[in-house]
Design a protein around this ligand. Structure first.
Ligand code: NIG
Ligand code: FE
Length: 410
């Protein structure tokens, strides 16, 4: 199967041999993909190569398909009531302490059948390609019992076979301490270590293990214990770290050799230094800070200055960030993290791929890479975050196949 994207006005892409924030630009080219792999990027003055299917790129901009490296898509009911409570002045932490937040989603999740959850998750996942996203990391974490966490991970595994985008599964059994273990948190940690992690690993239901390391959730010591147990079973580490307080999560992530530490709004200077030394990738989620109505954002510029290569994500979940539009995150990252479009392009493509160990295969427009691409109706890269809150995607291509197409603008 040969796919031709013809007369593309411009391509912007990171490349592995360039440094972070440097991009390659092509003008007036055709891109040819064969059996899902990019085989040629040739001047548009060349005769049109033969193809089974063609897409018109005239006037459009081609980027690597976006990669969203931190999402929580398997949940049941939405939580707009808590959103209004926040509008009225309650904080996310106060709502969580009163039994709302993640534990609210856990109670609801357990009431739903696997089929119901799978159906609603399938519907939600269909939004990602519409916004140009071709790969996401997807976490469990609203089940918090062996049966319900397995249910979430089975849904992710099964949907990965069915839907057009790729899902990378992460076990987040340590998202919260569920209601029935509130008086016995040790009991829940033992359950995670002795039952859930071994089972998830044995059934190959996840590639990563994540922990919400935060004041009132899991301590640094507990998080380390859980992540190191998971590592023994072959699950690599990602950490929800230093989101609401400077808690030592980033330092711990560096110590255990985590692949990423995520959120990092309150990260200490020492945490930044240790992450840079160990090459832990910061996955920043400025949409969450925005949606929680907070004013302090992650110190992205400090991390970049220290040599960290930053990735960006929506954090799509029913509580703290409900957007699936990574293009909106571009705008928030530009304004609030002071990241430039060239850096944001890396952060949402090749660096995001790196954070999932997929950078050899996806994340850039290069011959030999998988044809995961997005064609946008933008005249230049700066325009993407500038014209904000809308969807610029015209065509999304996954593995050399068109998975989303829109003929009219917006
Ligand atoms: O990444 N921080 C923890 N987990 C999610 C929030 C989940 C929820 O509120 O349901 C996050 O922001
Ligand atoms: Fe999260």
């Amino acid at each position: 199967m040969r796919l031709l994207i013809k007369n593309i006005a411009r391509i912007y892409t990171p490349e592995s041999q360039l440094s972070y924030g440097q991009i390659k630009e092509y003008n007036d080219v055709h891109v040819l993909a064969e059996d899902g792999i990019i085989t040629d990027i040739l001047p548009a003055t060349n005769p049109l190569p033969a193809a089974d299917q063609s897409v018109d790129g005239s006037g459009k901009t081609l980027l690597p398909g976006f990669i969203d490296p931190h999402t929580h898509p398997v949940f049941w009911k939405t939580r707009e009531d808590e959103f209004i409570m926040r509008v009225q002045g309650k904080s996310y932490e106060e709502i969580a302490e009163a039994g709302g937040g993640i534990r609210n989603s856990v109670r609801r999740f357990r009431e739903a059948s696997k089929d119901e959850l799978k159906e609603i998750t399938r519907e939600r996942l269909s939004y990602f390609p519409r916004f140009g996203v071709t790969t996401i990391e997807a976490k469990s974490g609203y089940g918090l019992s062996t049966k319900d966490e397995v249910k979430a991970l089975e849904i992710i595994t099964e949907l990965n076979e069915e839907v057009s985008l790729d899902l990378v599964p992460t076990f987040l059994g340590a998202h919260e301490v569920p209601d029935e273990f509130q008086e016995n948190r040790r009991g829940y940690i033992d359950l995670l270590k002795n039952e859930m992690i071994p089972l998830v690993a044995e059934r190959k239901l996840a590639q990563y293990c994540d922990v919400f390391c935060e004041q009132g959730v899991f301590t640094v010591e507990e998080s380390r214990e859980i992540l190191q147990t998971a590592q023994k079973f072959g699950l690599q580490s990602r950490v929800h770290a230093d989101e609401l307080s400077a808690f030592g999560g980033a330092e711990m992530a560096a110590e255990v050799g985590a692949q990423t530490a995520d959120h990092l709004v309150k990260i200490s200077d020492l945490g930044i230094q240790k992450m840079a030394e160990k090459g832990v990738i910061p996955v920043l989620l400025p949409g969450t800070t925005f949606f929680l109505g907070k004013d302090e954002y992650a110190p992205a510029r400090k991390m970049l200055a220290a040599g960290c290569e930053v990735a960006l994500s929506t954090d799509f979940n029913p509580g703290s960030s409900t957007t699936q539009n990574l293009q909106l995150i571009w705008t928030i990252a530009a304004l609030k993290l002071k990241m430039l479009p060239e850096e944001i392009l890396w952060a949402t493509t090749l660096t995001a791929a790196c954070s999932l160990s997929l950078d050899k295969r996806i994340g850039s427009v290069e011959v030999g890479k998988q044809a995961d691409l997005v064609l946008l109706d933008i005249p230049n890269l700066n325009y993407l975050p500038y014209h904000y809150g809308i969807n610029h995607t015209m065509v999304t291509i996954k593995n050399g196949e068109v998975i989303f197409r829109r003929d009219s603008k917006y």
